[in-house]
Design a protein around this ligand. Sequence first.
Ligand SMILES: NC(=O)c1ccc[n+]([C@@H]2O[C@H](COP(=O)([O-])OP(=O)(O)OC[C@H]3O[C@@H](n4cnc5c(N)ncnc54)[C@H](O)[C@@H]3O)[C@@H](O)[C@H]2O)c1
Length: 287
Amino acid sequence: MLLGTIYSVGEVFEIMIKLKIGIVGCGAIGSSLARVITKDFSKQAELVALYDLNSSKPKILAKRIRKKNLVVFELGALILRSDLVIEAASSRCSWGIAKEVLSSGRDVMVMSVGGLIAKYSELTKLAKRHNCRVYIPSGAIAGIDALKAAKIGGVKKVTLTTLKNPLSFKGVKYIEERGIDLFKIKKDRVLFSGSAAEAVKLFPQNINVAAVLSLSGIGQDKTRVKIIASPKVNKNIHEIKVESQAGNIFTRTENILHPDNPKTSYLAVLSAIATLKQILEPIRIGT
Ligand SMILES: NC(=O)c1ccc[n+]([C@@H]2O[C@H](COP(=O)([O-])OP(=O)(O)OC[C@H]3O[C@@H](n4cnc5c(N)ncnc54)[C@H](O)[C@@H]3O)[C@@H](O)[C@H]2O)c1
């Protein structure tokens, strides 16, 4: 008589091919992803570890999604358990995390793209050396698919105009240093106009879109960025204009804010989920 659980061939295959996922950063994005992985992707993926600098966050999240033994207290432990690490922490640490994950032979999805903007060639070399993949979701903008295709034929100009409510710039050092009183802005005010390279440094929490756009298009020095504080808007609005050999592209995304973090657009979370879906499913649609 056989003891223990008996699995069918199909079940054994399913168990074997589940992608083991670890999440670094258990805030708005990390928590949403954890819920989706355990609820909707449970056949193809398994959430194996949660890590956050604030150790109470993964504990609360693990309890909420009713999963035991997921909390780890250092990045190395999370990497050891995972096939894919999702970074949803901060642009200050995203390059360091990506480096450690790739060097350990694991794939990485990076949400804090601003931290990677100056590291593209190092990132590519590292991923190639360890035969790993780096996934960068489109985030809160539309048009990355078309831009990537247009780039093959030649792109002349890429411009991003971001409009946000003045209060969403609270705590940004650049604003504080200039003594700008965000409560007193009564009509559209251009806070910044320059290259994506500068924008990413000055608005690290708000400007991942500039980084994604630069990496998929003509680079951080040539991509132009304008940031406008607009008291009329209560959404994060991103307009993208591309001039290319294949024609002109214009997209405008009016983003609903994430309920747990008004600095994050809901679409950015959904974009990460869609990227994960693409990793897990056999058919890829879109450029
Ligand atoms: N790619 C995009 O389009 C896009 C869109 C929105 C947000 N983001 C970025 O994604 C990241 C997560 O966004 P969020 O809304 O979930 O933020 P959040 O502030 O809600 O959560 C971030 C979490 O990461 C933790 N953390 C910070 N530094 C860490 C470190 N070194 N190691 C481990 N944990 C750390 C924090 O304690 C916090 O719990 C941010 O960097 C944000 O800028 C990207």
